[in-house]
Ligand binder design. Structure first.
Ligand SMILES: NC(=O)c1ccc[n+]([C@@H]2O[C@H](COP(=O)([O-])OP(=O)(O)OC[C@H]3O[C@@H](n4cnc5c(N)ncnc54)[C@H](OP(=O)(O)O)[C@@H]3O)[C@@H](O)[C@H]2O)c1
Length: 345
């Protein structure tokens, strides 16, 4: 558990009905029942209606469901009134949908980030943590490019906050096991047809559990000085091992890599190595021009600078999840998080 003291604090999660938003909600309501307010901000009333069945206002008096779009600055500003901490998780996150609807992706992922920043600057928000993705590192698709832009907007926002005690930081991680639209639920569904489509037999991905993603965000809220991009040290898996873990009896059909996909993902590019530090449990990419004293930061966190040219790639990771471990994780995490009945051989 992190050391956050959230007593009396009001927190808003954009994209609060998504995979991460729901996991954060569960974590906060369980571990910080003394918060003042938890606001779930998203567009679709149906998702909010369903979430309110699980977390009704009658049982959790601090929870509020706020319909709103991150593209709507005025609505965001209203929702941020009285809020101390913002977790910005709302995004369009499907690579191929972003390619087909580029303007929509730009409006949500970049315009939304600008609005969150502006609304934070105009209200009394103290801390903002924005979610990034490995696809934002040296991006080759629009989703990644919009998230990289969003990362840069949040980091640079620390330069325009004046004397406000507001801090903006970013958390970047890789595939969340079992999250909406990810490979595990996809393979579990495809398993029923007996064929698992594999894009590239060499493909690797970083893996993080929803629980670790939640911890990462809560820690960033706690420890950020402003301008950091936090990267967790997490294992990789081979897509072929996920297929083997889920459907060893299925046909594993090679279908070819899709436009905008990489064989391996990166979280830290070698060009980031000049400002990247090892904090033990995480790496942190620091801003080019921090608004605090770098030497003080290094001393406080016992931060060790990584070697020049260092890059953090899923294909060259030192930690791997093999078939057995993947099977265990799929069984425990997906089963418990989504309450779906699966049979993993
Ligand atoms: N899942 C992963 O593997 C992964 C990995 C790395 C990083 N991330 C990042 O983590 C964040 C959360 O991902 P997730 O997996 O929780 O996503 P998700 O399950 O798809 O949820 C997205 C959430 O954002 C809301 N949303 C979308 N567009 C919105 C808009 N214009 N205004 C307000 N709300 C909007 C959605 O609700 P409505 O549709 O009702 O508005 C939903 O609550 C994203 O920023 C993503 O880029 C995810």
């Amino acid at each position: 558990m992190n050391n956050n003291n959230l007593t009396g604090k009001s927190i808003l999660i954009t994209g609060g009905t998504g995979s991460l938003g729901k996991a954060l909600t569960k974590y906060i309501l369980t571990n910080h029942p003394d918060i003042k307010r938890l606001v779930i901000y998203s567009r679709d009333e149906q998702k909010q209606f369903q979430m309110a069945q699980e977390y009704p206002e009658s049982e959790y008096p601090c929870i509020r469901y706020f319909i709103g779009d991150v593209r709507d600055y005025e609505r965001l500003k209203r929702a941020f009134s009285g809020i101390d901490y913002v977790i910005h998780a709302a995004a369009m996150k499907h690579v191929h949908i972003a390619e087909y609807n580029p303007d929509e992706c730009v409006k949500t992922n970049i315009g939304g980030a600008e609005n969150v920043i502006r609304a934070s600057l105009e209200t009394n928000v103290e801390r903002v943590v924005a979610l990034s993705t490995d696809k934002a590192c040296a991006p080759i698709n629009l989703y990644g490019a919009t998230k990289l832009t969003s990362d840069k907007l949040f980091i640079a926002a620390n330069n325009i906050k004046g004397d406000k005690k507001l801090k903006f930081s970013v958390v970047r991680y890789g595939n969340v096991m079992g999250s909406n639209g990810s490979v595990v639920p996809f393979f579990l569904k495809k398993k029923e047809e007996g064929v698992l489509p594999i894009t590239d037999p060499n493909m690797t991905r970083f893996n993080i559990s929803l629980a670790d993603g939640v911890q990462m965000v809560m820690n960033a809220l706690d420890i950020a000085w402003g301008g950091e991009l936090f990267v967790p040290k997490i294992p990789s898996y081979r897509i072929t091992d996920v297929a083997e873990a889920i459907g060893p009896e299925c046909v594993h059909k090679i279908v070819g890599i899709r436009p905008g996909e990489k064989v391996h993902e990166e979280m830290i590019a070698s060009s980031d190595s000049f400002t990247t530090y090892d904090l033990g449990k995480y790496y942190v990419i620091l801003p080019q021009v921090p608004s605090w004293d770098l030497q003080e930061y290094i001393k406080y966190f016992n931060a060790k600078k990584v070697q020049e040219g260092f890059n953090y790639s899923s294909g060259e990771n030192s930690e791997w999840l093999g078939v057995e471990k993947l099977r265990d994780l799929i069984q425990t995490h997906v089963d418990s998080t989504f309450n779906i009945s699966i049979e993993v051989v």
